[in-house]
Design a protein around this ligand. Structure first.
Ligand SMILES: [Zn+2]
Length: 415
C-alpha cells in the first residue's frame, strides 16, 4: 500500500503531551500508521516523503460551531434576497475557504444539511468534513424566528441557507426533531435563548420550557444523537442542563451557579468569541442592523470573563468561531482569543481533541496518534509562541492533509 512519510516536523500532537521536535509521521491510505521522533529508520521504497523543514505539525483543526450556509452577515436578509441556488453556490465557496484555513472538520450548528456532508465525503467539492444539524429548532418568537413583528409567514423550511423550524409544545418539538432526524442530521440544534441576530429577543431571555427541551433531547437520544443549545443566560443554561442538552453554545452570561450546572450535567461549553469581536469591528461596515451590533458588543463584553470562570472551574471547553458571511475568513482568531484566557496549548486542545469528543469522533480525529484519520496541518512558526499565525492562513499554512490526501502543499522528495 502506498504510504507517505512526513519527516523533520515539530509535532504538537494535541494529546496534551509536550511538543516533540524532529518528529515523523507515517501515513497509509487515509490513516496515521505510526508516529515517532528521531530517525524514522528504513523508509519503504514506494513512500512519498514530505520534508516539514522544522515547521509545526498539528492535527487538522476542528471548528465546533460554524454556519457554512451563512453567506451574508445578516441571516434574515440573506434568506429574503438570495435564490436557493445562489445560497448553495456561495456556501461551496465558504466550505473551501474553511478547509484553506486548516479546519479539516467542522460542526455546523444550523444551515447545511446531510447533502453537503455527502458531497464533501464523496470528494465532489473541497471542504471540511461536516457534522450537521440542518434547520434549527426555535420557539415562536425565539432566536431562530427571524421575522419582523409585521411579518406573518415563516420562510420556507425547504430553502437553502440557514433556516429554522418554528414549533411549540411537546408534540410540536417532537415532530420538528423527528423531521430533522429523518433528513439525516448528526445532532439537533435548539435555540434556547435570545440572540444578537434576531430583532425581537434579548440576549438574556431564556426560551423553551424544560419539558419541551426534554422532548427534543429524548427524540435525539432515541436516534443515537444529541442536542446542542444556543443560550447565553444563567437561567437558560440551567434549564438546558436540566433537560439533558449535551453542548452549551456561547454561554457568555454564565455565572458560577450555571457553570456548576454544566459541570454536574457533564455537558460541554463551546465559546465562540471570534464572532463577537469581528462583528463588532466589521458589522457596521457591512451594514448590519444597530440592534445586532449592540447585542454582539454586550456578548463580547462578557465573553472573556465567562470563559475565565469556566476554565477556572475545570469545565469541558470546546471551541467555535460562529462567524457569518464575509467574516468567515477569520476562524483562526478564535484560537488566539481562547489562548489569552486558557493559554496556547489548552486553546489548541479545545480546537482539536475536545472538539473531536464533542462530535463523538475521538477515535478518529483530534490528535496525531497511530490509527487516527490522516488530517494534518503544517504551520510556519510555533503557535505556542504566536497564536495569531492561524489568521494569516494563506501564508502560514504550508500543508493541509485531509483523509490522507493533500489539499494544499507540495510534496518534496528527499530529506
Ligand atoms: Zn451560531
Amino acid at each position: 500500500m502506498a504510504s507517505t512519510i512526513l519527516v523533520n516536523a515539530n509535532i504538537i500532537d494535541c494529546t496534551g503531551a509536550e511538543p516533540r521536535p524532529n518528529g515523523w509521521v507515517v501515513l497509509e491510505a487515509d490513516r496515521i500508521k505510526e508516529v515517532g521522533h528521531g530517525s524514522p529508520g528504513a523508509l519503504p521504497g514506494k513512500a512519498e516523503i514530505i520534508n516539514c523543514r522544522g515547521q509545526t505539525l498539528l492535527p487538522g483543526l476542528i471548528d465546533g460551531h460554524v454556519h457554512m450556509a451563512a453567506v451574508e452577515g445578516d441571516l434574515a436578509e440573506q434568506q429574503r434576497r438570495n435564490p436557493a441556488s445562489l445560497l448553495v453556490i456561495k456556501s461551496l465557496k465558504i466550505l473551501k475557504e474553511t478547509l484553506d484555513q486548516g479546519f479539516t472538520t467542522v460542526r455546523d450548528c444550523g444551515g447545511v444539511d446531510a447533502g453537503f456532508r455527502q458531497a464533501v465525503a464523496e470528494g465532489l467539492v473541497p471542504g471540511p468534513r461536516l457534522f450537521v444539524s440542518g434547520a434549527y429548532i426555535t420557539q415562536t418568537g425565539g432566536h431562530g424566528d427571524k421575522r419582523y413583528p409585521a411579518e406573518m409567514q415563516q420562510p420556507a423550511l425547504d430553502a437553502a441557507g440557514v433556516v429554522s423550524d418554528a414549533c411549540d409544545g411537546i408534540s410540536g418539538v417532537r415532530r420538528a426533531t423527528r423531521e430533522q432526524l429523518r433528513r439525516g442530521v448528526d445532532f439537533i440544534k435548539i435555540m434556547a435563548g435570545g440572540g444578537a441576530a434576531s430583532p425581537a429577543t434579548a440576549l438574556d431571555a431564556s426560551q423553551y420550557s424544560v419539558e419541551e427541551m426534554k422532548a427534543i433531547v429524548f427524540e435525539a437520544e432515541s436516534a443515537g444523537k444529541y442536542a446542542a443549545a444556543h443560550v447565553y443566560s444563567d437561567r437558560g443554561i440551567k434549564l438546558c442542563c436540566e433537560a439533558g442538552v449535551r453542548t452549551i453554545e456561547h454561554g457568555n452570561l454564565l455565572t458560577e451557579s450555571s457553570a456548576r450546572a454544566i459541570q454536574a450535567a457533564q455537558a460541554y461549553l463551546v465559546p465562540t468569541i471570534a464572532t463577537f469581536q469581528v462583528t463588532v469591528e466589521q458589522g457596521p461596515g457591512l451594514g448590519l442592523p444597530e440592534f445586532f451590533i449592540r447585542k454582539m458588543r454586550q456578548a463580547l463584553d462578557a465573553a472573556e470573563h465567562s470563559l475565565a470562570l469556566a476554565w477556572a472551574m475545570g469545565l469541558k471547553i470546546g471551541s467555535g468561531s460562529d462567524l457569518l458571511g464575509p467574516m468567515q475568513v477569520h476562524k483562526g482568531l478564535e484560537l488566539a482569543l481562547q489562548a489569552k484566557v486558557m493559554g496556547p496549548m489548552a486553546a489548541l486542545i479545545a480546537t482539536t481533541r475536545t472538539n473531536a469528543e464533542i462530535i463523538r469522533q475521538e477515535k478518529n480525529l483530534g490528535t496525531i496518534e497511530a490509527g487516527k484519520l490522516a488530517d494534518l496541518i503544517l504551520v510556519k512558526g510555533d503557535p505556542l509562541k504566536d497564536m495569531s499565525l492561524f489568521q494569516n492562513y494563506q501564508e502560514n499554512l504550508t500543508l493541509i492533509i485531509q483523509d490522507g490526501r493533500v489539499h494544499k502543499g507540495v510534496i518534496t522528495q528527499g530529506i
